[in-house]
Structures are given as structure tokens and as C-alpha cells.
Ligand binder design. Structure first.
Ligand SMILES: Nc1ncnc2c1ncn2[C@@H]1O[C@H](COP(=O)(O)OP(=O)(O)OP(=O)(O)O)[C@@H](O)[C@H]1O
Length: 309
């Protein structure tokens, strides 16, 4: 079995009376692109700092590629793109990357880093003239220099417009396809859904869900199966539909039948039943968008916490 890129075991972090991280167990496989999604103050940055070895857990353990985080960083296996951080406005993009490369013993060629970050075309532009998105791609190029196995990004697209975000992520994705593990923190639900293979939803220092975008949505609210039940074929059999496994609601509105199933997979059974055992046709299965799923999951965590206080 390959060593996980990141392994957190029972990690907590207190800042005096503040329980920023309340017990996180998490394993990231090598090559995964994972979003750490959560509202303000959820504990994303605190957790990333511990993975980077910038701070120590209050209890539990953090490991990166089987090593202590600081050791992994010292070996050039981990780098990070943080939200802000010193860039010198009067240097050009290329000079900035060259200068950073000169601080390391062994790096990728500067041109490769520029190319992988998608900023070859602006290499001669002064940093002060670059947009927020371009500056983040510059930070990304700098982070690529040691050719790290693990790249951490803390809300890297804050303040970028839609186009800047899109270009930034397409560079990250292209790079990740070469096998790099990427963990990024974000508030943006659409960003997590679009660019991560896996979403770890965190709220008040705990993981409240972990899965693909589709799994997170399904977890939150199940699916609605909508179908047309032609009038001439008679009334829908309400009781038979309500009795199907996992079904929690059946609505008939004119020729429309809406069947809601809370459990994952149950909507497939509903669909199969409707298509093979009834005259229903024109079937559609929908789920809430990630925004709604996110709100209902993080609200759930708050309620659980209220209940356990
Ligand atoms: N150095 C610190 N001292 C005291 N409290 C802290 C410190 N760093 C973080 N916190 C608190 O810990 C909690 C988690 O913060 P953290 O920055 O990890 O959240 P986050 O999910 O990254 O939020 P955001 O999305 O706003 O960046 C917050 O309540 C924050 O106020």
C-alpha cells in the first residue's frame, strides 16, 4: 500500500479557550485533489498550518508522506500557496521566480515552473502590474519550484474574478494530472464541486461530510424523481409509491408525480419502479445544488453541537 500524502489522526488545536479544531481524522491518497470546504472560522487554515508544520496539534498527530510535517517540508515534498504574502512589485514575474529558485539547492527549471503555472506570456511583466489572479499564478509557480508531492492552497482565489479563477484552476488541474496531491481550502462551493475529486466539508473544527460533490449533495437531501403520469392511464398509485424503500414524500400535481427519496440509491429504485411498473414517463432526477447541501450539512453540525453542549 502506498503511503498516504496526508494522515491526520485525532488532531485537535486549541488557542486558549478557542477549540479551533476538535478532532479530525483524515487520510489523503497520493494524487488526490481535495477541497477543504467550510464557512469562516471552520478550522481550515488551522488544519493546513498543522499539515505544513507551522504549528503543532494540541493533541493527535499529523503526518505527511509518512514523515513529520516539518521533515517533509525540509525535504521539499510540500509547498503552499497562501492568500497573501510578500511579492516585490518592482521585479518581473520571471525575476521573482528566478530569485525564489536561487534560494533552493535543487529546483525545476524556471521556464517549466512558469509554463506549468500558465504565466510564460507575462514573464516579463512587473509584479505590480499583474492582476490578483496573475499574482496567485505567480505564487503557484514559486510553489512548484521544489516539485512538491503535496501542494496546499489556502483560499487561493479570494478576490479573483470569474475568469481569473477559471484560468488559475485550469493551471492547477493540469499540473495535478501529473500525480501531485492537492489540498485546497475554499468557501466557494462551486469551486470545490468543479475542481476537486473529493470534498471534505468542515464545520466548527470537525469533518461533517467527506465525498464527491455528488455524494455530498445526495447526503444532504436525497433526490427528487419527477415524472409525467398521463391522465388517460388513471390516477397514480400514491400508496404504492409511498411504500417504496427510502421514499419520504410523494406529491401528485396534475399529471406530475414527484417522489422524494432521502436515502442515497433509493431514487434509482423509484425510477426503476416508475419506468417498469407504471405508465409514468419523461422521468427526471434532481438534487439540490451544493450551496443548499452545504448549508443544510453545516447547519446540522451546529445543531448537533448545540445538543451536546
Ligand atoms: N492564532 C489564533 N489565536 C486565537 N484564535 C485563533 C487563532 N487562529 C485561529 N483562531 C480561531 O480558530 C478558529 C478557526 O480559524 P481558522 O482560521 O482555522 O478557520 P478557517 O476555516 O480557515 O476560516 P476562514 O475561512 O475565515 O479563513 C476561529 O474561531 C479563529 O478565530
Amino acid at each position: 500500500m502506498t503511503t498516504p500524502a496526508v494522515r491526520l489522526t485525532g488532531v485537535t488545536k486549541d488557542f486558549g479557550p478557542v477549540h479551533a479544531v476538535r478532532g479530525i481524522d483524515l487520510e489523503l491518497a497520493q494524487g488526490e485533489v481535495v477541497a477543504f470546504l467550510g464557512p469562516n472560522g471552520a478550522g481550515k487554515t488551522t488544519t493546513i498550518d498543522m499539515i505544513l508544520g507551522l504549528s503543532q496539534p494540541t493533541s493527535g498527530a499529523a503526518e505527511v508522506l509518512g514523515m513529520a510535517p516539518r521533515q517533509a517540508v525540509a525535504h521539499g515534498l510540500v509547498s503552499a500557496v497562501m492568500q497573501t504574502g510578500g511579492l516585490i512589485k518592482d521585479l518581473t514575474v520571471r525575476e521573482t521566480v528566478e530569485y525564489t529558485a536561487s534560494l533552493f539547492a535543487d529546483t525545476l527549471p524556471v521556464d517549466r515552473a512558469l509554463e506549468n503555472a500558465g504565466i510564460t506570456a507575462i514573464a516579463d511583466r512587473k509584479v505590480g502590474k499583474c492582476s490578483g489572479g496573475e499574482q496567485q499564478r505567480l505564487r503557484f509557480a514559486m510553489a512548484l519550484l521544489p516539485d512538491p508531492a503535496l501542494l496546499l492552497l489556502d483560499e487561493p482565489t479570494t478576490g479573483m474574478d470569474v475568469e481569473g479563477r477559471r484560468t488559475f484552476w485550469s493551471a492547477i488541474r493540469q499540473d495535478a494530472e501529473k500525480g501531485r496531491t492537492v489540498l485546497f481550502a475554499t468557501h466557494y462551493l462551486e469551486e470545490a464541486d468543479q475542481y476537486a475529486d473529493r470534498i471534505v466539508l468542515i464545520s466548527q473544527g470537525r469533518i461533517v461530510a467527506d465525498g464527491s460533490g455528488a455524494e455530498i449533495r445526495a447526503l444532504a437531501e436525497g433526490r427528487t424523481v419527477r415524472a409525467t403520469w398521463p391522465r388517460e392511464t388513471g390516477e397514480p398509485d400514491h400508496a404504492a409509491l409511498a411504500a417504496l424503500p427510502g421514499v419520504d414524500q410523494v406529491d401528485v400535481r396534475g399529471e406530475q408525480v414527484l417522489v422524494h427519496a432521502a436515502k442515497q440509491g433509493a431514487s434509482d429504485e423509484v425510477a426503476r419502479f416508475l419506468l417498469t411498473r407504471t405508465p409514468a414517463r419523461d422521468l427526471e432526477i434532481t438534487s439540490k445544488n451544493l450551496e443548499e447541501a452545504f448549508l443544510s450539512l453545516t447547519a446540522g453540525a451546529e445543531q448537533t453541537q448545540e445538543a451536546t453542549r
